[in-house]
Write a protein that binds this ligand. Structure first.
Ligand code: MLC
Length: 513
């Protein structure tokens, strides 16, 4: 049960059919599979083998996909990295994971070189030519597959296939170790749930460095033998044009993407012809009922909302029958996924009551890389504690609704951000006494990151922009505060704990803290 092997088998059944059309250039299943093999041979020659971590920080392009599946073919583990990560974030991921090969482009490498060259045991390959200081070039290393080389797919089952870093409650990101079994079981469950076939054409506008764009959209489509029309970057105007021109049947996005698609739809006099379309799927962040209804009123399609997490892959989905898609509900657990709603003491809630969503099944990850303590905290008797609060509707066959979070997580445009990571950066500034980072409701991004800062007494006041600029040095843009407020005090409860709910309410309603 090696994911790359399964995909290679699909490729062998559809050699002449386009697997991916990237920015207008088709790549057939046959050509795709040959490239994966060539990349696998290159990795093998470079000494990359079972269990080795290969970090990939590349713009969205075909090479990303070839390399990822080649890693899995030689038993190595892919660490997909957000292209926006700053050098010190990258350094942490490489050193924490013990990465042996880092593949990136010259531009990113130039920024990060200072931090990365100090890491021992990390070899770097650059996509677009060697670096000034002698880094090797990926393309120069790629050659014809040497005689005698065959992919042997030495990893499978419970062996790791990917390590995906997720933001952490304590400010340190955690690497979720995802196995072949996790990937394959989840892919098969979605294949059935969404009745995916070789006739499907998926418009792909998501980043490849996350579970949504890579595992759900790309693996799923390559397994079904369907065609992916891939855009390098999401643009609402191009997305509608492409859905129509390519007769697409599937689309996947986060709510921010649907929000922007609606804006574009409403501007157009001639609406796109969506005759071929089967399903618009949304995930990674809650879809508001107003957007669900607005989309349906305009396009005639009910968005199918599903629920997942990096640690668990996809958990629940609304049904393929539009009559069984409901606003604000993420549907029913997928085949093979056990789900329960637990009280704080771990007992089941009464039917219909709110509690924490716990998950068990082949889809659930193995643990956090090198963090046995954090892993142990996340599981109870084999159940993964999602941190999401929800309830099952007993009147509607146990349909799942999510209503909030047990932990302080901000989801902005489909990216997860834990406040601690930003607070740590702010509080390292000499003028900052304390800070609180919260998520405020935002029409476009769902939530936006906002910081509230108390300055130390007796130091010259520092303007808010300085703090935004400071964050931008250390953190990817999506984590940086959109607004910074300087206040005299933070509201606290009787225990002295900062009342973040109060901060959110005050800022939202424009009241003083
Ligand atoms: C971009 N920016 C964001 C942001 N995306 N800020 C906050 N939150 C975000 N999500 C920043 C940019 O860096 C830039 O900052 C500014 O906002 C304007 O950028 P933009 O050009 O308007 O943004 P764009 O590049 O178009 O990106 C928007 C987006 C993107 C919605 C297309 O965020 C996106 O692709 N989101 C999908 C994320 C995703 O795939 N999540 C899946 C996680 S997996 P500045 O300062 O530089 O101007 C998962 C499991 C599951 O959660 O169930 O799926």
């Amino acid at each position: 049960m090696n994911l790359a092997r399964l995909l290679s088998e699909t490729a062998a059944r559809n050699p002449g059919k386009p697997a991916v059309v990237f920015e207008g250039t088709p790549c057939t299943y046959g050509a795709f599979d040959r490239e994966v093999e060539r990349y696998a041979a290159m990795l093998h020659t470079a000494g990359v083998g079972k269990g080795d971590r290969v970090a990939v920080q590349l713009p969205k392009r075909m090479e990303f996909l070839f390399l990822h599946l080649a890693n899995l073919s030689v038993g190595a583990v892919t660490l997909p990295l957000n292209t926006d990560y700053r050098p010190e974030e990258v350094e942490y991921f490489l050193s924490d994971s013990g990465t042996s090969l880092f593949v990136t482009d010259a531009e990113r490498f130039a920024r990060a070189a200072g931090s990365i060259r100090g890491l021992r045991g990390v070899r770097t390959l650059l996509l677009d030519g060697g670096g000034g200081a002698g880094e090797e070039s990926l393309f120069e290393r790629l050659s014809d597959v040497p005689a005698g080389f065959r992919r042997s797919w030495p990893a499978g089952g419970d062996d790791p296939a990917m390590i995906c870093y997720t933001s952490g409650t304590t400010g340190r990101s955690k690497g979720a170790v995802i196995t072949h079994r996790n990937l394959v079981s989840n892919m098969l469950a979605l294949h059935d749930a969404w009745e995916w076939t070789g006739n499907d054409v998926l418009l792909h506008v998501l980043p490849l460095f996350h579970v949504h764009g890579l595992n759900v959209a790309t693996h799923g489509s390559l397994y079904a033998g369907s065609t992916i029309v891939m855009h390098g970057k999401f643009d609402p105007e191009r997305a509608w044009d492409s859905l129509e021109a390519n007769g697409c049947t599937l689309f996947m996005g986060v709510p921010t993407i649907y929000q922007r698609m609606m804006g574009e739809w409403e501007k157009r006099e001639r609406k796109p012809d969506l005759r071929g379309m089967r399903i618009f799927i949304s995930g990674s962040a809650p879809l508001s009922d107003s957007l669900f209804h607005r989309f349906e009123r305009s396009t005639g399609f009910r968005i199918l909302e599903r629920y997942g997490m990096t640690e668990t892959g996809m958990i629940a989905s609304n049904r393929i029958d539009p009559a069984h898609r409901k606003a604000k509900s993420v549907g029913y657990p997928l085949a093979g996924v056990d789900l329960r709603v637990a009280r704080e003491d771990g007992a089941d809630v009464r039917p219909g009551e709110v509690g924490e969503v716990w998950i068990r099944g082949d889809n659930v990850f193995r643990g956090y890389w090198g963090m046995p303590g954090k892993t142990a905290e996340s599981f109870v008797d084999g159940w993964f504690r999602s941190g999401d609060l929800g309830f099952l509707d007993p009147e509607d066959g146990g349909r799942l609704y999510l209503v909030g979070r047990a932990k302080e997580l901000i989801i902005t445009g489909g990216y997860n951000v834990y406040p601690k990571e930003i607070e740590n950066i702010l509080e390292a500034h000499e003028a900052v006494k304390e800070s609180a980072v919260v998520g405020l409701p935002d029409e476009e991004f769902g939530e936006k990151v906002v910081a509230v800062i108390v300055q130390k007494e007796g130091v010259a006041p520092v303007p808010p922009e300085t703090f935004v600029a400071l964050c931008k040095i250390h953190l990817a843009s999506y984590k940086c505060p959109r607004q910074v407020f300087i206040v005299r005090d933070l509201p606290r409860n009787a225990m002295g704990k900062i009342r973040k709910n109060r901060i959110v309410e005050s800022l939202r309603d424009g009241k003083p803290l």
